[in-house]
Design a binder for this molecule. Structure first.
Ligand code: LLP
Length: 387
C-alpha cells in the first residue's frame, strides 16, 4: 500500500511540511494488533518515534500502551489518555522529577538501567509511601547488526545492566522494601532487518530468565523492546513482516507459566505513513551531478546526516527525463544532504519533492538549528483547501 499524495492540494501549502497517511497507519496498526493478539502479546508503542496527538490517538484506540523515555513523554502519554498502568518508563538517565512523576502517576513499570537508579527509585518510593514496579533492563550482549549509533545491546553500550552486576541487582531487589520486581526488559537496537538477530535474542532471554528464577526473582514480564526494521529501499511499500516477527518469539522463547511477552515497536508502526514534503529552491551545477537544493533540511529530518540513512526521494511534479541529483537542504552544514546521485525526474525550481518513510524519528528529532521554525503537519483526512 503505497501512499499517493493529494498533489493539487499540496501545491498551495507552505513547504516544508510533514504529511501522514492515516489509512496507511490504521492498516499497520490493525495488522500488528491482530497478530500480536493471537499470541496474547501486549504492545507498548515507543513514543520517541512519533508523538503527534493524532497518531497517538489512533495508537491508543488500537489498545496499545506507551513506552516512554522521558518525563515529557510520560506527560504526553497521560494527556493523550493512555492508562497509567499501560505506560512503561525506560531510559538510562531518569531525573528525580521524572521518577517522581512516574511514581505519582502510577505508571505500569520502570525499566531500570543501573544499580544506582534502583536505589534512588526505592528511596523515592519509600518517601512517597508507595511501591515502585520495576523491571531490569538487561544488556544481553547480543549484536543487533545495525548502524552502531542505534546498537544498544552490546557490553560497550551505556544501556542496560551487564551480566557482572546481576548478582548485586538480585540482592538489592530482595533487600529493597519498596521495589516490586515485574520482569526483564531487553532492547538491543533499532532498524534490525535480520530475523536471526531476534532468534539469538530469544536464546539469551531464555538463559537470563532462568538465571533470575534461580535467584528467586520470577520475571512475569519479558519485554522484548522494539527494533523491527522497515524496508527503506526505493519503491518499497510492503509492511514489515510482522507475521514472521511475532511467530519467531512464540517459537523460540521458552516461557514459564505466568510469563507474558511484551513488545515496544516504534519505527515499524509509523515510519511508512509519514513523508516530508518540500520544494526545490534552486538547482545548481555540481562536478558530476547537479544539486537539487530543497527548503527542507537536516533540521526537519536528521536521519541521513546522522546515520547515513537512506530514504526514497521522488519529484512529485515533474515527468521529465530521469537524472542524478545530490539532494541537499539549506542548512549551513555539508552533512545536510538527503541523498547523493539520487535519480529524479528532471528537476526545476518550485518542484515538489517527497522524502518517504519519514514517519519515524523525523518530526520527533527535528531541531531549530539556524533558528528554523517547526514545520506544519498535515493528515490525509484534513488537508486544507487553501492556505
Ligand atoms: N524501546 C526502547 C527502550 C528504545 O530505546 C527504542 C528506540 C524502542 C523501544 C523503539 O525502537 P524501534 O522499534 O523504533 O526500533 N533515531 C534512530 C532510532 C533510535 C531508536 C532509539 N530507541 C533512527 O532514526 O533510526
Amino acid at each position: 500500500m503505497k501512499t499517493t499524495f493529494p498533489l493539487n492540494r499540496f501545491r498551495n501549502l507552505k513547504t516544508p511540511f510533514y504529511y501522514y497517511d492515516l489509512d496507511r497507519l490504521k492498516k499497520i496498526l490493525g495488522t500488528v494488533s491482530r497478530i500480536s493478539g493471537t499470541y496474547g502479546y501486549p504492545v507498548h508503542y515507543a513514543l520517541k518515534a512519533n508523538a503527534n496527538d493524532r497518531i497517538l490517538e489512533l495508537i491508543k484506540m488500537q489498545g496499545f500502551g506507551a513506552d516512554c523515555v522521558s518525563g515529557y513523554e510520560i506527560r504526553k502519554a497521560l494527556s493523550c489518555g493512555f492508562s497509567p498502568s499501560r505506560i512503561f518508563f525506560a531510559g538510562v538517565g531518569k531525573a528525580d522529577w521524572e521518577i517522581r512523576l512516574g511514581l505519582e502517576s502510577g505508571i505500569g513499570c520502570f525499566n531500570c538501567e543501573s544499580i544506582q537508579e534502583l536505589q534512588v527509585i526505592n528511596e523515592m518510593a519509600s518517601s512517597l509511601k508507595t511501591n515502585a514496579p520495576i523491571s531490569i533492563r538487561i544488556n544481553p550482549n547480543v549484536d543487533a547488526k545495525t548502524h552502531h549509533y542505534i546498537t544498544t545491546g552490546i557490553e560497550e553500550n551505556k544501556f542496560g545492566i551487564n551480566a557482572w552486576e546481576w548478582e548485586e541487582v538480585a540482592r538489592l531487589i530482595h533487600s529493597s522494601e519498596n521495589l516490586i520486581f515485574k520482569g526483564l526488559h531487553f532492547h538491543i537496537g533499532s532498524q534490525i532487518t535480520s530475523m536471526d538477530v531476534f532468534k539469538g535474542l530469544c536464546n539469551r532471554v531464555n538463559e537470563i530468565s532462568e538465571w533470575f528464577i534461580n535467584q528467586k526473582l520470577f520475571p512475569e514480564i519479558l519485554d522484548m523492546g522494539g527494533g523491527l526494521g522497515i524496508d527503506y529501499s526505493i519503491g518499497s511499500s510492503a509492511d514489515p513482516d510482522f507475521e514472521t516477527y511475532f511467530s519467531l518469539f512464540h517459537k523460540h522463547l521458552r516461557l514459564q507459566p505466568g510469563q507474558q511477552v511484551h513488545f515496544e515497536p516504534g519505527r515499524a508502526l509509523v515510519a511508512q505513513s509519514g513523508s516530508l514534503i518540500s520544494r526545490v529552491l534552486f538547482v545548481k551545477k555540481g562536478i558530476k551531478t547537479n544539486f537539487a537544493i530543497l527548503d527542507a533540511g537536516m533540521t526537519e529530518l536528521i536521519r541521513p546526516a546522522l546515520y547515513q540513512a537512506f530514504h526514497p526521494i521522488e519529484n512529485l511534479t515533474s515527468d521529465g527525463q530521469p537524472e542524478p541529483y545530490d539532494v541537499v537542504g539549506p542548512i549551513c552544514e555539508s552533512s545536510d544532504c538527503f541523498g547523493k546521485a539520487v535519480t529524479l525526474a528532471e528537476t526545476r525550481r518550485g518542484d515538489l519533492i517527497a522524502i518517504r518513510h519519514a514517519g519515524a524519528y523525523g518530526e520527533t528529532m527535528s531541531s531549530s538549528y539556524n533558528l528554523r521554525e517547526k514545520v506544519q503537519t498535515y493528515y490525509s483526512d484534513e488537508i486544507p483547501e487553501n492556505v
